[in-house]
Design a binder for this molecule. Structure first.
Ligand code: AMP
Ligand code: GLY
Length: 415
């Protein structure tokens, strides 16, 4: 079997690596891939990104199915285009991708299908939004409707902060249209968890949970990033939390997907908040998380290829995902300056052997050297019988890797 994976980050490296473990898979093309997929067994990077060219490539190279890593091509309708060309592809249709691509749509969907979420109002008028701020309790959360590269959510502690945020989003238009519509919602206090799941439209199966660490500095300080590390399963996701999540979030979501005719075969990533009042949904993503994928896929014992094939043939009801009973820890190493302006082109040096698995996020293979090319550079993942051991081993491993200005948090899984 030949498979095509779209994307070029650590998530896609982890997806390609896991697919490569299935003996039925002979070749994995990764578009555009990175220095990690360049070195991975059975993998080959391809330098194509336009949807039209990818369709031609998939036809020519006998691609069995395509897996889409990032949200952007999904919101641009890559799935609909591939299907029009009779090509199998794992991911939601353009309409389904609105669950991530439009916060206003997602909130309306949650309300309609009684998915438990924070109270909110949607605004397209700056004046009305400003007026609404006067009656809010603080902190309040302001969200840009569209994709905003992880910068579209601001927790405003005061009315003045809220006003500045609304002006930035709606008047200065810092997200090029993405903030013209805003959602203003109630602030929820609690512990966050990431739960990925897979659906074929008929049933939905949750993966083991993960705990992301979003801020750049130890102690959850500093600006938000794409994620600085993950532990899985998330220690806060108890049986009780899972039951609440299943009844009040996951099952109503599947009902909504069907009633709205979203034509969704792919991954739904639930960003949840565990509060004293129960589990609330913060957001949907319509793809796997990064670095959640790296932390979770290393604990998956089933073949990811079999799982995707079952979903594509709408046969998930006969599939059970087998998980290791171990714990994983994933620590992300980033470039100096990230998540703001960061340095690039630094050579990655590996001092000693390591036991875990290294996934490359932003580095290219130049000659025989791995050179940094992004803010998020690589992650190390270890699995062990206890969470504490997984954390200790992960840090032992990552100490062997460095580049000029390399940085990682030292409290992943400890907070
Ligand atoms: P989102 O993209 O909606 O997940 O928001 C990004 C981050 O903002 C989340 O991971 C939370 O840390 C925070 N956040 C979003 N919505 C809320 C809320 N209603 N209350 C508290 N924090 C929130
Ligand atoms: N780690 C969060 C995300 O992938 O959106």
């Amino acid at each position: 079997m030949n498979i095509l994976v779209i994307g070029g980050g650590g998530r896609e490296h982890a997806i390609a690596w896991k697919l490569s473990k299935d003996p039925k898979v002979s070749k994995i093309y990764v578009s555009p891939g990175n220095g990690g997929t360049a070195l991975e067994e059975k993998c080959e990077n391809i330098d194509i990104t336009s949807i039209d060219e990818l369709i031609i490539f998939a036809k020519k190279n006998n691609i069995e199915y395509t897996v889409v890593g990032p949200e952007e091509p999904l919101t641009k309708g890559i799935v609909d285009r591939f299907r029009e060309n009779n090509l199998k592809i794992f991911g939601p249709s353009e309409k389904g991708a609105l669950l991530e691509g439009s916060k206003a749509y997602a909130k309306e969907f949650m309300k309609k299908y009684k998915v438990r979420t924070a109270h909110y109002e949607t605004f397209t008028s700056l004046e009305k939004a400003m007026d609404y701020l006067k009656s809010c309790e603080y902190p309040v959360v302001i969200k840009a409707d569209g994709l905003a590269q992880g910068k579209g959510v601001v927790i405003c502690k005061t009315k003045e902060e809220g006003e500045t945020t609304l002006l930035d989003f709606m008047e200065k238009d810092i997200f090029n249209g993405g903030g013209k519509t805003v959602v203003i919602e109630e602030f929820l206090q609690g512990v966050e968890a990431s739960i990925l799941s897979v659906t074929d439209g008929d049933i939905i199966i949750p993966f083991i949970s993960a705990k992301d660490h979003k801020q750049i500095f130890n102690g959850n300080n500093g600006p938000n990033t794409g994620g600085m590390g993950v532990v899985a399963p998330n220690p806060y996701v108890t049986e009780e939390v899972l039951k609440d999540f299943t009844e009040n979030i996951m099952n109503p979501t599947l009902k909504g997907i069907n009633e709205e005719g979203l034509d969704f075969i792919g991954v739904i990533f639930f960003g949840i908040m565990i509060t004293e009042k129960g589990v609330y949904l913060l957001e949907y993503n319509v793809r796997m998380g990064d670095p959640e994928t790296q932390g979770v896929i290393t604990l998956m014992e089933s073949s990811f290829n079999d799982l995707i094939e079952s979903a594509l043939s709408k046969n998930l009801k006969n599939f059970t995902i087998e998980w290791s009973n171990k714990y994983s820890c994933c620590v992300m190493m980033v470039s100096k300056g990230y998540p703001l302006k960061y340095e690039k082109n630094k050579e990655i040096s590996i001092k000693d052997s390591y036991k875990g698995k290294m996934f490359i996020s932003g580095a290219q293979l130049i000659g025989n050297n791995l050179m940094t090319s992004g803010g998020r550079v690589l992650s190390m993942v270890t699995t062990s019988e206890t969470l504490d051991k997984a954390i200790i081993e992960c840090y032992k491993d990552i100490e062997n890797i460095s580049f000029q200005g390399s940085y990682y948090r030292t409290d992943i899984g400890k907070i």
